[in-house]
Ligand binder design. Structure first.
Ligand code: PMP
Length: 401
């Protein structure tokens, strides 16, 4: 695949080891990285080659991708506004609907400011890099998502990592900082790999004791936690104490795009300085319309959330009964740490062949260099689909050997 030719100081040489690992994985069965879904049949079903599989690794937590509300809104947006905005938010890329979505987000989170970005990745990149700069201090949870790390790199602030989910370690590091420079703490509500929840109420206390701002990425938790899906901060009673809350439209919102809301009105000025906001095209009409429809659905009823939690509890307890040890308490993300990468890859293939798709997550994308089978639950899963998934997991050791 990587034909380096005869050039000196080959720029592709560094990929060789990675390529070896990438191709090595495929010798154990199907290539798991970038696997192709030939047909998407529903939020919980797809065809892979000639096989129909149950999807248990999609982040489609509320199952809204095929909902009447989202598909109708997206189709109407294309009919009335076309397929693209063809420009950045500051130039020609702000349509009435982008503003209406921001207004709806402000109302939903009771925020003073809301900005919609083209992806969730860019929301973190844009907000973090604009909020702090040279002479400031960023304190980030060690298990932070790549886009939080990248946002830190894009800012010129000093970045300090603290122990995962440890308010004590955070407080220790804050107490060692000089007095000058702003302090921004960045954590997630629900961690995407292990499915563990942050002690946000404690982080709020530490932030206020040390004069720091608190930024919470709720990409995986909005829609799943809290009243009307407002996330972990709301569930822990501290939504009004969080300074910045970011999220994505690519999971529960069944679309594409991201957002950051704030209780500080001055967050609005981010629009004037933030490069990942200024120098990229805005979200397409279809994406914005689908996100708005999803938000209305989520804000309007707890029904889907309840269904999601019923299925999450069913899957979590069933996996435990089958002898597996999920990394965290029941929730929409259920991670099963495996002994090593080869075991995880073999099991992933066996599951796929038996008609169940889960995520394979391996280092460096995982905390503590764990190899994981990562399952995500959807409100669209039926009780019997969860039973079918469990049946396959019950037989897994026989399927692999
Ligand atoms: N934050 C977290 C915690 C994520 O897991 C992700 C994506 N997996 C993002 C942000 C980025 O979201 P998007 O896919 O919308 O770019």
């Amino acid at each position: 695949m990587f034909d380096s030719g005869m050039k000196k100081n080959d720029i592709f040489e560094k990929f060789e080891k990675l390529a070896e690992r990438y191709h090595g994985v495929a010798t154990l069965g199907t290539q798991p990285f970038g696997m192709v879904f030939d047909e998407i049949l529903s939020p919980t079903r797809a065809r892979v080659g000639s096989r129909e599989v149950i999807l248990a690794g999609t982040n489609n937590y509320l199952g809204l991708t095929f909902s009447e509300a989202c598909t109708t809104a997206a189709k109407a947006a294309i009919d009335h506004q076309g397929t693209a905005t063809t420009g950045s938010r500051l130039a020609n890329g702000t349509f009435r609907e982008h503003l209406e979505l921001e207004t709806a987000l402000k109302a939903y989170f009771n925020a003073a400011s809301a900005i919609v970005f083209t992806t969730g990745y860019q929301a973190n990149l844009a907000a973090i890099s604009a909020l702090v700069g040279r002479g400031d201090h960023l304190l980030i949870d060690a298990d932070s998502h790549a886009c939080i790390y990248d946002g830190c790199r894009l800012s010129d602030a000093e970045t300090i990592r603290f122990r995962h989910n440890s308010p004590e370690d955070l407080a220790k590091r804050l107490s060692r900082l000089p007095d000058d420079g702003a302090r921004l703490i960045v954590v997630e509500g629900l961690y995407s790999m292990l499915g563990d929840v942050a002690p946000l109420a404690e982080f709020v206390d530490v932030a206020s004791e040390h004069g720091a701002f608190l930024y919470v990425d709720e990409a995986h938790s909005v829609g799943c936690y809290g009243e009307r899906g407002r996330g972990v901060a709301q569930a822990q009673g501290v939504l009004d104490k969080v300074d910045f809350l970011s999220g994505t439209f690519s999971k529960s919102f069944a679309s594409l795009g991201g957002f950051c809301v704030s209780r500080h009105e001055s967050f609005e000025y981010t629009r004037l300085v933030s490069r990942p906001y200024l120098f990229t095209a805005s979200g397409s009409p279809a994406n914005i319309a689908a996100a708005r429809a999803a938000l209305a659905t989520i804000a309007g009823s707890d029904e889907l959330g309840r269904r999601l939690w019923d299925r999450a509890n069913q899957l979590h307890s069933g996996l435990r009964a089958a002898g597996f040890e999920p990394a965290s308490a029941p929730g929409p993300i259920i991670a099963l740490p495996r002994a090593d990468e080869t075991t995880a890859v073999r099991e992933w293939n066996a599951l796929l062949e038996a008609g169940v798709y889960v995520n394979l997550a391996v280092p460096p994308a995982t905390p503590q260099a764990k190899s994981l089978l990562r399952l995500s639950v959807s409100a669209a899963h039926s009780e019997s689909e969860i039973d079918q998934i469990l049946e396959v997991f019950n037989a897994l050791s026989d399927l692999v050997s």
